[in-house]
Write a protein that binds this ligand. Structure first.
Ligand SMILES: [Zn+2]
Length: 53
């Protein structure tokens, strides 16, 4: 089970859905559900390398 780190929404299974965003920050992995990813896309995008997308 995977939890969204912003709203706590859970996704079934061991792999986040494709619509979720996985952000690796200083060794820890953050998961954002589709909705939170959209709302926070600018924040998240700013911390990711361009090649990630
Ligand atoms: Zn969320």
């Amino acid at each position: 089970m995977i939890d969204c780190d912003l709203c706590g929404k859970t996704a079934p299974g061991d792999v986040p859905p494709l619509t979720w965003v996985v952000s690796r920050e200083r060794g820890s992995v953050q998961h954002y559900c589709d909705r939170c990813a959209r709302e926070n896309v600018r924040n998240i995008e700013g911390r990711l390398e361009r090649s990630y997308w």
